[in-house]
Write a protein that binds this ligand. Structure first.
Ligand code: NAD
Ligand code: TYD
Length: 343
């Protein structure tokens, strides 16, 4: 049976990969893709889908209640991933994070709830993040984030995402809404905005610039290929228990120094290209995910995230798509870069 999903934030990194993945693999699904095209939203990420019969793009804001109502009315379920997504930006100015990540999520929940009396309950999936759990210590490799780990967000970004999580939880508890939440680790892959560490470092090296490594470089992230994440979102959307949270992870922990050295190796450059810079304020030490629930309940496991192959492939994508990131880097991104790293 055919179905229609509303995708929010579908011109960003994960959203554009999600749209491409669905158009390629799910002939039964029509996507309505709404995105405000902020600095990180880029229609070029959706190139090739312009005339796709099952993909419709609408420029719009998730805080626009009337628009959300019209679009939710047209769909069977919502995959909500529109957000301000970069920790360093949230440290510079948290307001857009509060407005979009919290306000936008509540707008979607409110409009979906209002419609449910006439059209029946529509599932809303919130794409959240492992950053809501805070940080794990480096000297306890046995510890992992589980779905019942208390939330302890440390950055304004993480706090805004944790707030959205809690609003989704409240919508289920108070109103019985059909909601599910995913909390995923760090993604990598094509079309990631080059402010995030992997595309930033790869593109800097192609430009002959050094890579700015924060602090001692020992912070650990768990890396997951974006299409593995997209596949997990679909599993949770279609099979998750109403009101539940599902962790998604790559079982692929790397320190930033290890990641940096792998990228330098792949680019044929040495350690002299590392520029040690001041640490990020409040920099979370380690993220690590226990993804056993989604595996046991929904049969999902990562299949595209194994290193070094997945990293090699991603580095190759940025090498082969220089026009894409050069256009991105020459835009508004420049002013942000100068503020963050100085001249
Ligand atoms: P991104 O910054 O690349 O994309 C975000 C998209 O949301 C952009 O296209 C932007 O234009 C759009 N957007 C922002 N504000 C909007 C608004 N008010 N209305 C409509 N659209 C708006 O981010 P991403 O990395 O693709 O992240 C997508 C989601 O996944 C976010 O919710 C993020 O918290 C979550 N997430 C990301 C990662 C990761 O590693 N990138 C990991 C876990 C979870
Ligand atoms: P990032 O890609 O911003 O993702 P997140 O903060 O959501 O994990 O950063 C990943 C890691 O890389 C994080 O520990 C911070 C570090 N990092 C640097 O060392 N230098 C940089 O210039 C950036 C952007 C990140």
């Amino acid at each position: 049976m055919s179905t229609t999903w509303l995708l929010t934030g579908g011109a960003g990194f994960i959203g554009a990969n999600f749209a491409r993945f669905i158009c390629e693999t799910r002939p039964d699904v029509t996507l309505i893709n709404v995105d405000a095209l902020t600095y990180s939203g880029n229609l070029e990420n959706l190139a090739g889908l312009e005339n796709h019969p099952r993909h419709e793009f609408i420029k719009g804001d998730v805080r626009d209640a009337q628009l959300m109502r019209e679009l939710i009315d047209r769909c069977d379920a919502v995959v909500h991933m529109a957000a301000e997504s970069h920790v360093d930006r949230s440290i510079m100015d948290s307001k857009p994070f509060i407005d979009t990540n919290i306000g936008g999520t509540q707008t979607i929940l409110d409009e979906a709830r209002k419609l449910s009396s006439t059209t029946g309950s529509k599932r809303v999936l919130l794409v959240s993040t492992d950053e809501v759990y805070g940080a794990l210590p480096l000297d306890r490799p046995d510890l992992l984030f589980r779905e019942d780990t208390p939330l302890a967000p440390n950055s304004p970004y993480a706090a805004s995402k944790a707030s959205a999580d809690m609003l989704v939880r409240a919508a289920h508890h108070t109103f019985g809404m059909d909601v599910v939440t995913t909390r995923c680790s760090n993604n990598f892959g094509p079309y990631q905005f080059p402010e995030k560490v992997i595309p930033l470092f790869v593109t800097n090296l192609i430009e002959g610039r050094k890579v700015p490594l924060y602090g001692d470089g020992l912070n650990v992230r768990d890396w997951l290929h974006v299409i593995d994440h997209c596949e997990a979102i679909v599993r949770v959307l279609e099979g998750g228990t109403p009101g539940d949270v599902y962790n998604i992870g790559g079982n692929n922990e790397r320190s930033n120094l290890e990641l940096t050295k792998s990228i330098l190796d792949l680019m044929g450059r040495g350690d002299d290209m590392i520029q040690h810079v001041a640490d990020r304020p409040g920099h979370d030490r380690r993220y690590a995910i226990d993804a056993s629930k989604i595996k046991a309940e929904l049969g999902w496991e990562p299949t595209r995230s194994a290193w070094p192959d997945a990293l090699v492939e991603t580095v190759a994508w940025y090498r082969e798509n220089e026009g894409w990131w050069r256009r991105v880097k020459s835009g508004e991104y420049r002013a942000f870069y100068a503020r963050q790293y100085g001249a």
